[in-house]
Write a protein that binds this ligand. Structure first.
Ligand SMILES: Nc1ncnc2c1ncn2[C@@H]1O[C@H](COP(=O)(O)OP(=O)(O)OP(=O)(O)O)[C@@H](O)[C@H]1O
Length: 491
C-alpha cells in the first residue's frame, strides 16, 4: 500500500486520519474567540521570552548575613527547574475559578493573573554570552508586564523591588533571586516549593514566576505595612491586647503551614510583614527560603522520638537567636522549632528585648540549649502572668511539651485577647529596649567573623561537643548528633 504525503482524508494515511479526527472532534468545537485568545497568549509569551535589550543586570547580594543556611546540595540547577516544573503543573491544574474562590475565602486582594510560570530554556545560552542574553530576556519578559518602581529590600540571595502591573496599575513585589550558586539555588527551590502550594490570608501569596538560568523572579503580593516591630514602635501605644492581635494572625498562618506539613524554620519579626499601613491590616508570614516539608505536629505529639521518620528534619539552619535547642544540638526535629521561635517572638513583642542574647555565639547557644531566660527588667513587672505562661509553654526544652499552633491559638491569653490582663501601655519600655538593642548591634561590625555563618558553625561545633560530653557524663541517652556537612541529610 502506497502512502501519499498529499492525500486528503479520509484516506490510508495515518497522519491525515488523525488530522481529520482532530478537525471533526476538536477544532470545530472550539469557538473562534478561544482560538484568538490562545493565539494572542502564545504571541505575547513569545514576545516576553525572545525579544529585548538589557535590564537589571545587577550582581546582587547584601552583606553580613547572620542566617545559618542548610548545606547546599550538589543537585545543581535541576532542583530549581524541578520546583518550577512542579509549579507549572500546579498552575495548569488550578482553575481560575478555584483560585478566585480561595481568594474570596481568605480575603486576598484581587490579583491580575493566576500563578504563572515563564521559563527560559538554559540551552539557548552559550557560556560566554549567557549573562547578556539573559538580561535581555529579562527586560522583555518582565519589563513588558511590570513597571519597576523602587528597590525595597535586600536578602542574602535576593533583591526585592516594588513594581506596578502596566495594564492594571496594581502594585506587586518582585523578589529577584540569584540561582547560580548552590546556596541561592537551594534557598530559591525551597521558597518556590512552598509558595506554590500555599494560599492563606496570613501567608504571603505568590502570583507568578519568571525563570532564567541565572535568576528567578517571583512576583509576590506587596506588603506595604512594614515589619512587626517597626509597627510596635510607631504606634506610640502598645498593650498586651495589641500583642495578642498580632500573635493571633501569625499563629493562624503558622497553624495553616503546619497543617500542610510545612515547617518555616526562620520565623522572626523581620519575616512578619503587615499587608498595608492601616490599623486593620493583615500580618503576613514571609520568606520561605529555609522552609521545608516534614515534621508535622501529629508526628510530634505521637511522642515517638525514635527515628528520622517521625522527627524527620535534621538540617541545622535558621537565625541563631530564634533557633530551637534541638536544632542547635543537631537532633532530629520537627515543626515544633517554629513554636519555639514564636515563643521568642512573643517575648520580644512584649518587652523589646530577647530572651536569649549574647555577643558570643557559643554563650548564646549554651543559654538556648539550657533554656535559660528570665522575665527581669522593664516592662516585665507590668506584664500579666497569663502572658508569661504563654511564653513558658512555647519555650520548654522538650519539643513534645511545646504548644502546637492550634493549641497556642486556644491559650486563654490569646483566645480572650488578654481580656484578664492589665491594659497597661508597654510602649515606652518596649521601644527603649528595642533602641538599646539596635544601638548595641550597630556598634558591632556586621561583617565580623562572629556573625558569619562559618563562625556560627564553629560555635555549634563547640556546643555540640560540650553537650555530648555532658550527656555522657550524666548517662542520658543522647540523641543522634549527625556531623554537620555533606553527611547531614538536607530537608
Ligand atoms: N512581598 C514583599 N512585600 C514587601 N516587602 C518585601 C516582600 N518580600 C520581601 N520584602 C522585603 O525585602 C527584604 C528582603 O526580603 P527577602 O525575603 O529577600 O530577604 P530575607 O530572606 O529576609 O533576607 P535573608 O535572606 O538575609 O534572610 C526584606 O526587608 C523584606 O521585608
Amino acid at each position: 500500500m502506497v502512502r501519499s504525503n498529499t492525500c486528503r482524508p479520509p484516506c490510508c494515511c495515518g497522519r491525515s486520519l488523525l488530522f481529520a479526527h482532530l478537525k471533526q472532534h476538536l477544532l470545530e468545537r472550539i469557538p473562534a474567540a478561544v482560538w484568538t485568545l490562545l493565539i494572542s497568549e502564545l504571541h505575547s509569551a513569545y514576545r516576553r521570552c525572545f525579544l529585548s535589550p538589557a535590564w537589571l543586570d545587577h550582581r546582587v547580594m547584601g552583606c553580613g548575613n547572620t542566617k545559618v543556611l542548610p548545606e547546599a546540595s550538589k543537585k545543581g540547577y535541576v532542583s530549581v527547574v524541578q520546583s518550577l516544573v512542579a509549579f507549572s503543573k500546579a498552575h495548569v491544574m488550578m482553575s481560575r475559578t478555584s483560585m478566585q474562590r480561595r481568594e474570596e475565602l481568605h480575603g486576598f486582594p484581587p490579583v491580575l493573573k493566576i500563578s504563572n510560570l515563564h521559563q527560559t530554556d538554559s540551552s539557548r545560552y552559550s557560556e560566554r554570552d549567557d549573562s547578556r542574553t539573559e538580561s535581555q530576556s529579562i527586560r522583555t519578559s518582565l519589563i513588558h508586564v511590570y513597571d519597576i518602581k523602587a528597590l525595597i529590600g535586600r536578602g542574602s540571595f535576593s533583591r526585592v523591588v516594588r513594581v506596578e502591573h502596566r495594564a492594571t496599575r496594581q502594585p506587586f513585589a518582585i523578589k529577584m533571586m540569584e540561582v547560580e550558586g548552590p546556596e541561592g539555588r537551594e534557598v530559591c527551590a525551597s521558597e518556590l516549593a512552598v509558595l506554590q502550594r500555599v494560599s492563606h490570608s496570613h501567608v504571603i501569596q505568590l502570583i507568578e514566576v519568571f525563570q532564567f538560568p541565572q535568576r528567578v523572579y517571583m512576583v509576590l503580593e506587596l506588603a506595604t505595612g512594614g515589619e512587626l516591630l517597626d509597627r510596635v514602635v510607631s504606634r506610640g501605644h502598645f498593650t498586651e491586647r495589641d500583642a495578642t492581635q498580632a500573635l493571633r494572625m501569625v499563629l493562624a498562618g503558622v497553624a495553616y503551614l503546619h497543617n500542610l506539613g510545612i515547617t518555616h524554620r526562620d520565623l522572626k519579626p523581620e519575616n512578619l510583614l503587615y499587608y498595608h499601613p492601616g490599623a486593620d491590616s493583615r500580618l503576613l508570614v514571609t520568606d520561605f527560603g529555609l522552609a521545608t516539608f516534614g515534621g508535622t505536629w501529629s508526628e510530634v505529639s505521637s511522642g515517638d522520638h525514635s527515628g528520622a521518620e517521625t522527627w524527620s528534619l535534621r538540617t541545622t539552619c535558621g537565625t541563631p537567636e530564634y533557633m530551637a535547642p534541638e536544632v542547635l544540638l543537631s537532633r532530629p526535629y520537627s515543626c515544633a522549632v517554629d513554636m519555639w521561635a514564636l515563643g521568642v517572638i512573643a517575648y520580644i513583642v512584649l518587652s523589646g528585648s530577647m530572651p536569649f542574647e549574647d555577643d558570643s555565639r557559643t554563650r548564646l547557644y549554651r543559654s538556648i540549649v539550657r533554656g535559660k531566660y528570665s522575665f527581669h527588667g522593664d516592662p516585665w513587672p507590668s506584664v500579666s502572668n497569663l502572658a508569661k505562661d504563654f511564653i513558658h509553654r512555647l519555650l520548654p526544652l522538650d519539643p513534645a511539651s511545646r504548644l502546637s499552633a492550634d493549641q497556642a491559638l486556644r491559650h486563654p491569653w490569646v483566645s480572650t485577647m488578654a481580656a484578664s490582663s492589665s491594659m497597661k501601655n508597654l510602649h515606652r519600655s518596649i521601644s527603649q529596649n528595642l533602641r538599646q538593642r539596635a544601638s548595641r548591634s550597630s556598634s558591632r561590625c556586621p561583617s565580623s567573623n562572629e556573625s558569619s555563618a562559618d563562625s556560627t558553625n564553629v560555635g555549634l561545633g563547640k556546643l555540640i561537643s560540650l553537650e555530648g560530653n555532658q550527656e555522657q557524663q550524666q548517662g542520658r541517652a543522647s540523641g543522634p548528633h549527625p556531623a554537620r556537612g555533606a553527611s547531614t541529610p538536607s530537608n
